[in-house]
Design a protein around this ligand. Structure first.
Ligand code: UT7
Length: 321
């Protein structure tokens, strides 16, 4: 029997502090009306000053481990997708490993910005299919508030902090179970559309997010539709066979446009951007966990993840959960 990767559990963590659009209107020249109309966002969670990305990743991971009913020592791989690591090195993944007490294992971070979780899922899936790992913790964790320019109204109103996690397990199963396909893409020619204006080997600081919002928007709808169609074609299915679309939560208008391209009713699309904002690599696992725990997404259903982020990077993953 072939080996496939099954999502056996999920977990998430959101910082206590909630920042509303009205709170932001006290800092920059903006309004609840503008932010909601252009992005669908009403509020976002913001980490405490001393709270790091690994603190949030560890909470989400503990949650996923409890949900799976396993011990931390049953995990043999940890992959953290993040753009906002605690330190340049070591990775957030090894901090998670140490905090959970996972014995020597494979642990590393993946950097593909908002597409990071899909990249992490694909890497973990390939390790499992190659029979090198049996149980992998895949986490998306971000402290986006730490790389925002809080005087730039074009970006600071869009992002939030948080972490989400899933555990993938290797199982011998009939075709059509677990992760069915992953499609990853990058085009570095578009790296100037969304970036930080700093880095350790250039300015010596992490820098702040700079985004050509309108340009990114335009590409997001087309490229995510491309990634979604690649998943449908590879699995020889049509969009109406998908139970749930779990898109990267950047902007409600982008989500609606992608759903429209697929002729998917919004009732089958998971939307959390209104209360999470854009949490980059954490957005998909946060949305997935919320939808699973609320009973929307049920075992056995067909779920499509899709994302686009700085790089540009984009991709999709089709999973029978
Ligand atoms: O996660 C990675 C991928 N990222 C994305 O997918 C983000 C993609 N882009 C977007 O979501 C949207 O482009 C934004 C939400 C960022 C912006 O929406 P938009 O409809 O593209 O607005 P815009 O950038 O064209 O700006 C329209 C106007 C401008 O004023 P003028 O030039 O028309 O006078 C901006 O200066 O809105 C102004 N503006 C604001 N006004 C109030 C920009 N930011 C704000 C603000 N409050 N926060």
């Amino acid at each position: 029997m072939p080996i496939s990767s099954h999502i056996i559990s999920s977990g998430s963590y959101l910082p206590e502090k909630i920042m509303t659009n009205n709170d932001l209107a006290e800092i920059v020249d903006t309004s609840d009306e503008w932010i909601f109309k252009r992005s669908g966002i009403k509020s976002r969670h913001i980490a405490a000053d001393k709270q790091s990305t690994s603190d949030m990743a560890i909470c989400a991971a503990r949650n996923a481990i409890a949900d799976a009913g396993i011990n931390a020592s049953d995990v043999d791989g940890i992959i953290v997708a993040t753009t906002t690591p605690d330190q340049t090195f070591p990775s957030v993944a090894v901090s998670v490993q140490a905090a959970l007490g996972v014995p020597t294992c494979i642990a590393f971070d993946v950097q593909a910005v908002c597409t990071g979780f899909v990249y992490g899922l694909a890497v973990a899936d390939n390790f499992i299919k190659a029979r090198q790992l049996k149980r992998v913790l895949v986490i998306g964790a971000e402290k986006m508030s730490s790389i925002l320019d809080w005087s730039d109204r074009t970006t600071c109103v869009l992002f939030g902090d948080g972490a989400g996690a899933v555990i993938l397990e290797a199982r011998e199963s009939a075709k059509g179970q677990g992760i069915l396909s992953t499609h990853l893409y990058a085009d570095g020619n578009m790296r100037d559309m969304l970036y930080t204006n700093g880095g350790v080997s250039t300015t010596g600081t992490s820098g702040h997010i700079v985004m050509q919002g309108r340009e990114v928007f335009k590409h997001a709808v087309n490229l995510m539709a491309e990634a979604v169609n690649a998943a449908l074609d590879a699995n020889n299915i049509t969009a109406d066979e998908i139970d749930w679309l779990v898109p990267h939560q950047a902007n409600l208008r982008i989500i609606e446009s992608t759903a429209k391209k697929l002729s998917m009713p919004m009732e089958r699309v998971i939307v959390t951007v209104q209360h999470h904002g854009n949490t980059s690599a954490a957005s998909i696992p946060l949305a997935f966990d919320e939808a699973r725990k609320s009973g929307k997404i049920k075992d056995g259903e067909l779920v499509l993840f899709e994302a686009l982020g700085g790089g540009l990077t984009w991709g999709s993953a089709l999973v029978r959960v």
